[in-house]
Design a protein around this ligand. Structure first.
Ligand SMILES: [Zn+2]
Length: 449
């Protein structure tokens, strides 16, 4: 009986967590309603009662408030919240709550989900609710601001449920003019460095943020701010942005496609990304450029240098520069440990002198752009750790630094109507903010919420 109820509990929990994920991706794929404050919990109130079979528990709303602020406990329970301190163990916390290792063992034994408690971190909050005679009735583990795990004693067992809150979303606008640096301009406009970095990532395919930035460049950005109980807990994604660099204006808007993937596009639906990263590694310098007539440093003979060498510390991750399939991963003469990736029919990239391969990367493996496939080393004929990178177009080797990189896929024509209806309101909102700030005669370091 106990075993079967545990099984049912588990099955329900699994069903619930998958429902939660669906709800999440659905939220993402919904066209964004601007200025709308979303406050509904993603915890599905229709599924929730299933978990409470055989147990008398409060309504979903009450569950929510119990999580956020354990304000009104049932009178017969003693409820205390402890903040995990450095050095605390579960055992210590149970003792602090007036419980024993035996109670802890009982919980973990009866609710396998309680194993998550082993990952408690300093700063986490754990709430214990004890009956008058000191028996553990309920335990709530607040994983982070949004997610908690709640265990409730039922007849002869503990039920577990995952609770997730959805933050209130507000749209924010920032605009800045660059005086000395992108980051300083962002800070002056009240942007976090992460947000500025995200902005640079969106336009990084068109603008070299190290070399191209000039005083007088401007940018504006529309993004989500997330609040919980009136307190800001973080930023959501950038929804739209504009960047004017040396008189040329680029515009990008976020689109969540029909399969739930989000990417940035021009308002016309062209991808902001290229199909390939310009450099597949974070390097310190180009130690040897592409050169068809180079004297080889180890062999000391004239031998074409068919790629670009990027000096980087041994072990630095090497990324697949584009989506594709691994054609070769292994030792290859003077190239040492080498990976060759085939990208569609036209393109091939090669990564040589690797210290090693990422686990699971072998011939036939599918890889995504930016995914780590190996690590910088000096295997084969190499004088020091570096990545040797080659780029082929229709079988002909090209200079990876200067080769024209194809654009990543545009929004498919079958999805254009969906794209339009999702991004038009966002673009209109960005333009409205821009007009308003221009009308107000403000051009510098402006903050509007
Ligand atoms: Zn080389």
């Amino acid at each position: 009986m106990a075993a079967s109820s545990l099984f049912v509990g588990l099955a329900l929990l699994l069903a619930l967590s998958s429902t939660g994920e669906e709800a999440k991706s659905e939220r993402q794929s919904q066209p964004l309603a601007l200025n709308l404050t979303k406050s509904e919990a993603s915890f599905d109130t229709e599924t929730a009662p299933l978990l409470r079979v055989g147990a008398e528990q409060p309504e979903p709303q009450a569950v929510e408030s119990a999580v956020s602020e354990p304000a009104e406990p049932p009178p017969e329970m003693n409820r205390t919240t402890y903040t995990v301190k450095s050095g605390d163990s579960l055992s210590v916390l149970f003792k602090r709550a007036g419980l024993t290792d035996r109670d802890l063992y009982e919980l973990i034994d009866q609710a396998p989900e309680a194993r998550a408690l082993r990952r408690i971190m300093p700063g986490n909050e754990i709430t214990f609710a004890l009956s008058q005679d000191g028996q553990l009735e309920e335990l709530i583990y607040q994983r982070d601001r949004l997610r908690s795990l709640r265990f409730t004693r039922t007849e002869g067992s503990f039920d577990a449920e995952e609770l997730e809150r959805t933050p209130d979303v507000q749209i924010a606008y920032r605009r800045a003019t660059i005086d000395s640096s992108l980051f300083l301009a962002g800070q002056a406009a009240g942007m976090t460095d992460n947000l500025t970095m995200e902005l640079a990532g969106i336009f990084g395919w068109d603008i070299d943020f190290i070399l191209d930035i000039r005083r007088g460049d401007t940018f504006s950005v529309l993004f989500e701010e997330h609040f919980l109980d009136g307190e800001k807990i973080g930023n959501g994604p950038i929804l739209a942005a504009q960047f004017t660099n040396r008189g040329k204006t680029f515009e990008a808007v976020r689109y969540v496609d029909a399969s739930g993937d989000s990417n940035y596009y021009t308002p016309e639906g062209r991808s902001m990304r290229r199909a390939f990263l310009r450099t597949p590694v974070e390097f310190t310098r180009i130690s040897s450029p592409f050169n068809p007539n180079r004297r080889h440093p180890v062999l000391n003979t004239i031998r074409a240098h068919k790629g670009t060498d990027y000096a980087a510390p041994r072990g630095t991750p090497v990324q697949a520069s584009g989506d594709g399939r691994v054609k070769f991963a292994g030792r290859k003469g003077g190239y040492g440990n080498t990976i060759i990736v085939q990208h569609g029919q036209t393109y091939q990239t090669l990564y040589a002198h690797l210290n090693g391969f990422r686990r699971g990367v072998r011939s036939g493996t599918r890889v995504k752009q930016g995914q780590t496939i190996g690590y910088v080393g000096s295997t084969g004929l190499a004088t020091g750790p570096h990545l040797h990178y080659e780029f082929y177009v229709n079988g002909a080797v090209r200079n990876p630094v200067t080769v024209e990189l194809p654009q990543a896929e545009s929004v498919p024509s079958s999805e254009m109507a969906r794209f339009e209806s999702q991004v038009q309101p966002i673009i209109a909102e960005l333009e409205k903010y821009q007009r308003d700030t221009q009308l107000a005669g403000l051009s510098n370091d402006l903050q509007v919420n």
